[in-house]
Ligand binder design. Structure first.
Ligand code: MG
Length: 335
């Protein structure tokens, strides 16, 4: 028998959250749940179905950490899409639309920023109205007072590696208690990996009595918000490339800026202010090496004779990667 932890997206709007339940069985098969408790069905007709789409196996290397003060994450984590009782994709199932459109030719590198929270405020922040000292020392910082929560981050990285999630790095971010991890993948797998990485992060933080805050601007004032910068490329960008190709991609994405803002995460207007390394939400711009632009053309791409990738800096930390991937591919392929 194995332990399968089924993970899925609920039906809440505008931001969906992760849910999970555990099944002990020989293999992971379709499984029903009560959709009336997740805004996915009415009480009179409440059954929805979990259809396994990606399995992330055994994290038991973590358990080998001897002290036993660290509960195990062992088992198989099963990313699921939600179907209605007739086996059709549920309206909340954003994955299915993404999968139909996004082939493995498309690569996505997500930079997932987030805050750790405890007692209703960012981890490490003083009680009451007090604030930590201004931003400056925290980004990629080291040492007591400069970073908090590293144990959670280390464990998360290790767990993602062990589960074969395409994690490529982590770093402490600009505000105290704010962190980032990066996930790279091709096609739909990139979205699956990011959702599962979010799940495992919340799961590990939970053991420490810490919550993960994915809101794009949890702290007003002179504090950075959290984004989900999305680096992307297709075959043409990675092989022949060319300045004209890259600039025309930026322009086409710019022509759909308004529709992008509809699917790039809620509350994003609080983050995209034109300050703190963002462009204003009402504007669209692109530029070489420009972290104040909507889309940044990385120096690596320019130096490589305009072969490489682009960075869409607009998505919020709470954006659904399936929706972001779909928007980019749909816009660029007329799909
Ligand atoms: Mg960052």
């Amino acid at each position: 028998m194995n332990k399968f932890e089924y993970v899925w997206l609920d039906g809440y709007r505008p931001t969906q959250s992760l849910r999970s339940k555990v099944k002990v069985d020989d293999y992971a098969d379709m499984w029903a749940f009560d959709g009336s408790s997740t805004q996915q069905a009415t009480g009179g007709n409440s059954d929805c179905l979990l259809n396994p789409v990606a399995e992330y196996k055994t994290l038991d290397r973590i358990r080998a950490d001897a002290t036993q003060t660290r509960p195990g994450l062992e088992g198989t984590y099963v990313m699921c899409e939600v179907l209605d009782a007739d086996n059709e994709p549920h309206p909340s199932n954003t994955r299915t639309h993404c999968q139909n459109l996004v082939s493995d030719e498309w690569w996505f590198g997500f930079e997932q920023e987030y805050f750790m929270y405890k007692d209703g405020r960012p981890l490490g922040w003083p009680e009451g109205k007090g604030k930590p000292r201004p931003q400056g020392d925290y980004y990629c910082g080291v040492g007591e007072g400069n970073v908090v929560g590293r144990e959670i981050v280390d464990r998360h990285t290790e767990a993602c590696m062990n589960a074969d999630i395409g994690i490529t790095g982590t770093n402490a971010e600009v505000a105290l208690g704010q962190w980032e991890f990066q996930v790279l993948g091709s096609g739909i797998r990139a979205g699956d990996d990011l959702w599962m990485a979010r799940y495992i992060l919340q799961r590990i933080a939970e053991m420490k009595g810490v919550s993960i805050n994915f809101q794009p601007k949890p702290q007003t004032g002179d504090w950075n918000g959290s984004g989900m910068h999305t680096n992307f490329s297709n075959e043409q960008m990675r092989t022949t490339g060319g300045q004209n190709i890259f600039e025309s991609i930026c322009k086409v994405l710019g022509s759909e800026h308004t529709s992008a803002m509809g699917v790039y995460g809620s509350g994003n207007e609080k983050r995209l202010t034109g300050k703190h390394e963002t462009q204003n939400i009402k504007k669209f711009s692109y530029g070489k090496f420009d972290r104040g632009a909507s889309i940044r053309i990385p120096i690596a791409t320019v130096n490589n004779n305009w072969v490489g990738y682009l960075e869409d800096r607009r998505p919020a930390s709470n954006a659904d990667p399936y929706k972001v991937m779909r928007h980019i591919v749909e816009t660029l392929t007329g799909g």
